[in-house]
Design a protein around this ligand. Structure first.
Ligand code: IMP
Ligand code: MG
Length: 178
């Protein structure tokens, strides 16, 4: 049986909102270069769509931090799976995430990256589940959508590594056999 996926945010809604956030980011970083850090794998679709819409100069780097297994429960354990290639010294860092849930991943990441001497660090997320926050000190500078406490897929977000390529945000309602 296939998983049943209910559309929560359409492709048009998501793209429209990303354009608005990109305009805001471009205004805020006027005269600067944004050093975007894409948090793999989930952040990759959002990073690309956001980067394409920015009018300020952009440099890109990638990092992979793991706090989840292949299930839908946070383990609370965070580790760096792939580190950045570039130094952060003096850079205007924008961390780009797919979703902030408990906030554990980001609170750890910000702490680690702050020690590398960036000019400043801001945080941009496609989705936020504020009800689920455990790390209350994580402040999000740019949020496309705040969503209820439901497990979502698409636009980079996976369920057991599937559905990242869906062009919309959906909720998995029924779990099938494969
Ligand atoms: P946090 O550390 O609890 O904030 O979790 C952040 C990470 O958990 C995200 O980068 C996602 O990879 C994953 N995650 C949290 N909620 C969802 C969801 O609803 N769908 C898919 N992945 C999720
Ligand atoms: Mg994930």
């Amino acid at each position: 049986m296939e998983d049943k996926i209910r559309v929560l945010l359409t492709e048009e809604e998501v793209n429209q909102k990303i354009s608005e956030v990109a305009a805001q980011v471009s205004r805020d970083y006027e005269g600067k270069t944004v050093h975007m850090i894409c948090v793999l794998k989930g952040g990759v679709f959002f990073t690309c769509e956001l980067a394409k819409r920015l009018s300020v100069p952009v440099t890109l780097d990638f990092m992979s931090v793991s706090s989840y297994g292949d299930d839908t429960k946070s383990s609370g354990v965070v580790r760096i799976v792939k580190d950045l290639d570039e130094s952060l010294t003096g850079k205007h860092v924008l961390i780009v995430e797919d979703i902030i849930d408990s906030g554990r991943t980001l609170s750890y990441l910000i702490e680690v990256l702050r020690q590398r001497g960036p000019a400043d660090i801001r945080l941009c997320t496609l989705l936020d589940k504020p009800e689920r926050r455990v790390k209350k000190q994580v402040t999000v500078d740019y949020t496309c959508f705040s969503i209820p406490d439901e497990f979502v897929v698409g636009y980079g977000l996976d369920y057991a590594q599937k559905y990242r390529n869906l062009p919309f945000i959906g909720v998995v309602e029924q779990q099938g056999g494969n």
